[in-house]
Design a protein around this ligand. Structure first.
Ligand SMILES: [Zn+2]
Length: 247
């Protein structure tokens, strides 16, 4: 991948200062970030419809649609990078031997864990992002209602999906319509107490990802901790280090 496009040459809708500030913070920590408008990520395939970041040892790349880009989307990706590289917040990943669908599910769950903080920050800086995320959650709640799930997995799947949505929406979008919709589904399926306890555990955990996954797995009966590893950036060696969740 060539050098990419300088941040000054990207065509933003929305204010640029918060993006500059986070970008500077990341580069000051020795992590160059390159921007690739009009390209998709070779790793995830994302970047055509919305911005997407790939994290490497010691550098990062952000892929984004060509043309005008909403500033909050790029800010969102940079906050992900800041948490991983600058704050060295650990994140979960499936063990290498796991099946691909499990890897994909854990990737999404890991993203949800980060979104509790990333979306909260994004919305506090770019209030217009609240509308975008509210729409996104209402759509995914609706889709989950119609997903085809094997009968023996319906209850587990519902529990996992509702709790995942709840941890993000209750913390990051507390005034959105999605809160009420998920809340009534949690009540309907006798999960509202479990959900409240989980939110409380997340608040207490702060950036302790291991504590979060233990709380989530306890509440949702998923995933099995032995299928997980934890990755954390080590600035001194400019590498992500992995260790098993259960030794
Ligand atoms: Zn994100």
């Amino acid at each position: 991948m060539e050098k990419g496009t300088a941040i000054e040459r990207l065509d933003f809708i929305g204010v640029l200062d918060p993006i500059r500030a986070v970008h500077e913070q990341i580069t000051r920590h020795g992590i160059p970030v390159t921007f690739h408008p009009g390209f998709i990520s070779p790793l995830s395939g994302y970047g055509a419809d919305f911005a997407s970041a790939d994290l490497y040892h010691g550098h990062a790349q952000i892929f984004l649609p060509a043309g005008k880009i909403r500033a909050h989307q790029v800010f969102h990706e940079l906050v992900h990078l800041e948490r991983s590289y600058v704050l060295a917040v650990p994140f979960i990943k499936a063990m290498p031997a796991c099946l691909d669908h499990h890897k994909a599910n854990i990737q999404e769950l890991s993203n949800d864990f980060e979104h509790v903080d990333v979306i909260a920050r994004e919305v506090s800086v770019y209030p217009e992002a609240a509308v975008y995320w509210e729409g996104d959650f209402l759509r995914s709640i609706e889709e989950a209602q119609h997903a085809e799930v094997p009968a023996e997995l319906v209850s587990l799947q519902r529990r996992v999906t509702l709790l995942r949505q709840w941890i993000v929406v209750s913390a990051a979008l507390p005034r959105s319509a999605a809160v009420g919709v998920i809340r009534s589904l949690l009540i309907e399926h006798s999960l509202s107490e479990v959900a409240d306890e989980l939110s409380e555990s997340f608040r207490r955990a702060g950036n302790d990802t291991q504590a979060k996954i233990v709380a989530f797995a306890g509440a949702a009966s998923y995933p099995r901790l032995e299928t997980l590893q934890v990755l954390q950036y080590r600035p001194a060696i400019r590498q992500f280090q992995a260790f098993p969740m259960v030794a």
